[in-house]
Design a protein around this ligand. Structure first.
Ligand SMILES: [Fe+2]
Length: 319
C-alpha cells in the first residue's frame, strides 16, 4: 500500500485494537516462562514489553514504510514504473534522522519491516545501505510489497519479488535468506518472515515453527500484519482478502490478488497466536500506528516512517 491512499486513515484507531495513549497503560498477557507477561504503552511511539526471564533489557527500533523515492539515470528505463510512487516522497532526511535517534537511544537492533523504498532503484538501495552502514547499528530487514515492485512490469508478485530481490535488494540481507531469517539479540530471538505477497509458503511456516520452537523469547517481524479485529483488509490470515476484494490492482499495475491466501498463511496466524514464548509481532504496511492484543499477544503495526515516525521498544524484565 502507498501513502497516497493511506493518509486518510491516519489518526483513526482500530476498532477492537488497543488505542495509543500517553502515560502508561498496562495490558496483561498470558505469558509463560519465556513469553511476554505485560505491555505498557508510553509516550507516543514507545512501549515496554515485560519478559520476566530476560537477563538484560534491550531496545529495538521498529521502522517501516519510509517509502524512499530516489532514482537516477541508471534506472531511467523504469521511469514509467516509478512515476506514480515518486509523487509521494518521504520527508527529507526521515530515514537518516530515525537512525540517528536509534543511535542516541543505544538501540540494540533496528527492525526494518518493509517498504523502506517505494521501488528497487539502485539509488534507493544504495542510500539505505549507506545510511545503515554509517550508523553502526545492527539491523534485520524484511521486504514490503513496494521494495521489489516496479509498477507495470509483467509477472506475479512472487516472480517479481524473486527477481528484484536478487537483482537489487540482496545487500540489505547481509547474506541471510531474504524469505526467512532469524537472529538472537541479548537473549531475544527475532524471526523475519517475508509475507510481502500476503501469503507465505510451507517452508516459511516450517521455519517459523522451528525457530519459535527453540523456546527463546521470540519476536516475529513481517511487513503485512497478522489479521486481528480492526486491522483491516490488508492483513495476513484474513478470510476476507482475495481477488474479489482487491481494490488497488489496477492503480498499482500488478496482477490481481489470488482467490485467497495460502493455507500456510492461516496456519501461521494460528501458530503465532498460540506460541507460549512469543514476545510480540511487529509489522508495518498499514501506515498508521495500531496496537492490539489477541489471545494476550501484543501486535504492533508501526506508522509510516516517511514522516520520520517509528517505535522504540524496550524488552526486559520488570523495571
Ligand atoms: Fe507502505
Amino acid at each position: 500500500m502507498d501513502g497516497s491512499r493511506r493518509d486518510f486513515i491516519k489518526g483513526l484507531s482500530a476498532g477492537g485494537a488497543g488505542a495509543l495513549a500517553a502515560g502508561c497503560v498496562s495490558v496483561p498477557a498470558d505469558g509463560c516462562a519465556n513469553g511476554a507477561t505485560g505491555y505498557a504503552l508510553g509516550a507516543k511511539g514507545s512501549v515496554r514489553i515485560t519478559v520476566p526471564g530476560l537477563r538484560n533489557a534491550l531496545r529495538v527500533f521498529v521502522v517501516g514504510d519510509t517509502h524512499l523515492t530516489l532514482r537516477d539515470q541508471r534506472d531511467v528505463a523504469y521511469d514509467g514504473c516509478t512515476a506514480r510512487m515518486a509523487r509521494y516522497p518521504a520527508r527529507d532526511g526521515a530515514f537518516a534522522q530515525t537512525l540517528a535517534r536509534a543511535k542516541e537511544e543505544n538501540a540494540d537492533l533496528v527492525a526494518l519491516v518493509g517498504d523502506i523504498v517505494s521501488y528497487p532503484t539502485l539509488a534507493n538501495v544504495e542510500y539505505v545501505m549507506k545510511e545503515l552502514e554509517a550508523s553502526g547499528l545492527d539491523w534485520i530487514y524484511t521486504a514490503g510489497n513496494h521494495d521489489w515492485h516496479f509498477e507495470g512490469l509483467p509477472g506475479s508478485d512472487v516472480e517479481q519479488r524473486a527477481e528484484w530481490t536478487k537483482r537489487r535488494l540482496l545487500p540489505l540481507y547481509r547474506g541471510g535468506n531474504p524469505l526467512m531469517s532469524s537472529k538472537v539479540v541479548k537473549g531475544v530471538r527475532f524471526v523475519a518472515i517475508d509475507n510481502s505477497c500476503y501469503h507465505i509458503s510451507r517452508e516459511q511456516l516450517d521455519f517459523w515453527e522451528a525457530e519459535s520452537g527453540k523456546g527463546d523469547p521470540t519476536v516475529l517481524l513481517m511487513h503485512v500484519p497478522l489479521w486481528v479485529e480492526g486491522f483491516g483488509l490488508f492483513t495476513c490470515g484474513n478470510p476476507q482478502w482475495g481477488a474479489a476484494t482487491d481494490p488497488y490492482w489496477e492503480i498499482e499495475r500488478r496482477m490481481r490478488w489470488a482467490e485467497r491466501q495460502s493455507p500456510e498463511s492461516f496456519a501461521l496466524r494460528e501458530s503465532v497466536l498460540s506460541s507460549p514464548n512469543l514476545v510480540a509481532v511487529f509489522t508495518g504496511h498499514i501506515h498508521t500506528a495500531m496496537t492490539a492484543t489477541e489471545r494476550g499477544k501484543f501486535l504492533l503495526s508501526v506508522p509510516a516512517n516517511k514522516t520520520g515516525e517509528c517505535w522504540s521498544v524496550r524488552i526486559g524484565c520488570p523495571a
